[in-house]
Ligand binder design. Structure first.
Ligand code: PRX
Length: 632
């Protein structure tokens, strides 16, 4: 069936479409209703059904014909180690850890925060939670104290899984000490235990009674078998925090059954991957791509998944290509930022390895710019497929679904809507715009399986963030600008809100502003994203200092502000530049106009500033802009 027909069927007969795909998986109890849309915009899939994600991702293969086949391939240039686990070995490890969690009081529905480096044990942790019905919330190991503390406060976990440290270009990145500080800062005493996987990278203090040693616990309480919980399809599998437009991260809640069915289907439909393939997503389990395409989707499909601890250029820029050769990787999922980083190096680095096993490269997370797309296609000699999605969606929203129909690629376009998604480009009133006109990308209800259920304990914010932008129209707002060409191909034109995208990682301007505002010298702070050749966007701080601060202190203050961001949020949010100005352009109601600051900094055309904000006075803005143009 063609893409057009398949897509139409998915929208016109969603129940038939998705139930056929759900039948390929194991259910303890079959669903009563495929879709319950009676409480829109809260859509529930496979209602009444009972299943277990871990059973489907691990047991189903470990107890079947894939028992001895590779499930998880861990490759760590950082630790100079690698490890391959078969489905049965993975099954054993997950069971043992599940027993440890249970022994230490983790119950169905409890939250468990996983703050770990890219080691197999972190993945055992996710699967062990899924097995016993605990809700995991993985926090990226590059985040620091404040980010972790706010997630602990919000999720109220009973347990935290961590390691002594991660590694970055051979240097330790502390984890356990950050957990200790974050627990002091968090506004909850929900955490009963911290389970510490000690890699002997740093010495860490263990708190008697609270902290537990991973190896000792596995030895004493790990068991070979723990019965998987029969979970409702609509029970949450995980919470994953992502940045929004306020300082407080949003806890995206994912269901069990709908997500499982969508991910499993996406492996064939979007990636055209199945038996005989080796799948490698170069992301980190701290991000949604890691959840979906390092852990759950490849395992559900029963293909080996590569988990990678390291960077694209360490110990040298040939490392990725050697890994592809070593394991015969057939499908790679990466981010444009990594491709841009590798493009800087001479081509012999990739030509030295035999990468002929690779059939396709998929890219997501940020715009795939034309020069990078063309370079990758030419040098790697495989189709480079852009696809677009979000933490909220869990899997593709826009894709060239090559497993359904391999459509012609247009460089820079993530092609068409994935099955189940009805996407349109609309104006500010929610009316579709003609082809060739820029607008907001929206998804029509009902949302397909896999999309977020709500925000953790905040249904109101879920509605406010995604569903309340258009009067009288219930449309899911992606937060992105897009345009369609005359053939209907979508092109992404960046965020319509104040969310940054640095190296494919999502950061909120408000989160960074709040941290910098805590500096005693700061009077007013504005954080914007500016164009950056490698990272896509870079963090720029434009601030006004308190009046008594002398010019001579500015360099020190800028450094302190940078350090503050590193310490509180993490290295990925470190400002690229910190500039001090005498005044910031604001609306009459006092809202800082980040768009104007960005235009001034980048030397872009300011456009007609009188129409930018209703309540801004042109003179006020002009004055600020003139001053900024002199100062920036
Ligand atoms: O702005 C879009 C951008 O990344 C955002 C989602 O980021 P995150 O929640 O981290 O999830 C990433 C999952 C792949 C989107 O709202 N984005 C993602 N993919 C693309 C993209 N921008 C342009 N082209 C893409 N292919």
């Amino acid at each position: 069936m063609s893409y057009q027909e398949t897509h139409r069927r998915s929208l016109e007969q969603p129940a038939e479409f998705w139930s056929g795909l759900a039948e390929e998986l194991h259910w303890y109890r079959r669903w009563d209703h495929v879709l319950d849309d009676s409480n829109a915009p809260f859509f529930r899939w496979f209602v009444g059904g009972e299943t277990n994600m871990c059973y489907n991702a691990v047991d189903r293969h470990a107890l079947g014909s894939k028992r001895g086949q590779a499930a998880l391939i861990w490759e760590s240039p950082e630790a100079e180690q690698s490890r391959t686990l078969t489905y049965h070995e993975l099954y054993r490890e997950v069971n043992k850890l599940a027993a440890v969690l249970k022994y230490n009081g983790v119950e169905r529905g409890d939250r468990v925060i996983i703050y770990m480096p890219m080691v197999p044990e972190a993945i055992f942790g996710m699967l062990a939670c899924a097995r016993i019905g605990a809700i995991h919330s993985v926090v990226f190991g590059g985040f620091s104290i404040s980010s972790l503390a706010s997630r602990i406060t919000d999720a109220e976990p009973t347990m935290i899984l961590t390691a002594d440290a991660g590694l970055r270009k051979g240097s330790p990145v502390q984890l356990k000490p950050i957990v200790d500080e974050a627990l002091d800062l968090a506004e909850t005493d929900s955490v009963k235990h911290v389970l510490v996987y000690n890699r002997d990278i740093i010495n860490c203090q263990m708190q008697e009674g609270r902290d537990l040693d991973w190896y000792e616990e596995i030895e004493q309480h790990g068991q070979q078998y723990v019965e998987p919980e029969r979970m409702k399809s609509t029970d949450p599998l995980y919470i994953l925090y992502t940045s929004g437009t306020t300082g407080k991260p949003k806890g995206v809640v994912r269901d069990t059954g709908g997500y499982m069915v969508a991910l499993h289907a996406s492996m064939s439909q979007v990636y055209n991957v199945g038996d005989g393939d080796v799948y490698w997503s170069t992301s980190d389990i701290g991000w949604v791509v890691g959840h979906s395409y390092i852990v759950y989707a490849p395992l559900l499909k029963g293909v080996p998944t590569v988990a990678y601890e390291g960077r694209p250029d360490h110990p040298d820029p040939g490392i990725w290509w050697r890994i592809i050769e070593k394991y015969g990787v057939t499908c790679v999922f990466t981010a444009p930022t990594a491709l841009r980083a590798l493009r800087k190096f001479p081509e012999h680095w990739m030509k030295n390895a035999d990468i002929s096993s690779m059939r396709r490269i998929f890219s997501a997370g940020e715009p795939l710019d034309a020069p990078t797309y063309e370079w990758a296609t030419e040098v790697l000699q495989v189709p480079v497929i852009d696809h677009y999605w979000q933490t909220e969606s869990g899997w593709s929203m826009l894709a060239n679904s090559v497993g359904i129909e391999d459509l012609p690629i247009k460089g820079g376009s993530p092609t068409f809507a994935a099955v189940g998604h009805h996407l349109e480009v609309v104006d500010i009133d929610g009316n579709p715009v003609p082809r060739g006109t820029k607008g907001l990308l929206v998804d029509y209800p009902p949302l397909p399986p896999g999309m977020l259920m709500t925000l953790w304990r905040d249904d109101e914010r879920y509605i406010k963030s995604y569903w309340s932008h258009f009067q009288d129209k219930l449309l899911y707002l992606t937060g992105d600008y897009a345009i369609q060409d005359e053939d209907g191909y979508f092109f992404m034109l960046g965020r319509a809100d104040e969310v940054l995208n640095v190296s494919g990682h999502r950061l909120g301007t408000r989160e960074i502003e709040e941290v910098i505002s805590a500096h005693p010298a700061a009077a007013e702070v504005s954080v914007i994203g500016v164009r950056d050749e490698i990272r896509g966007e870079a963090v720029l701080v434009v601030a006004v200092l308190k009046s008594h601060i002398s010019k001579a202190d500015e360099d020190n203050i800028a450094n302190e502000m940078r350090q503050l961001v590193r310490d509180r949020i993490g290295a990925i949010a470190t400002p690229h530049g910190v500039h001090f100005v005498s005044t910031l352009p604001k609306t009459r109601s006092g809202k800082i106009m980040r768009r104007v600051i960005r235009a001034v900094y980048q030397g872009d055309n300011l456009g007609d500033i009188s129409t930018i904000e209703d309540d801004a006075t042109v003179d006020m803005i002009r004055e600020a802009v003139d001053a900024m143009q002199r100062e920036l």
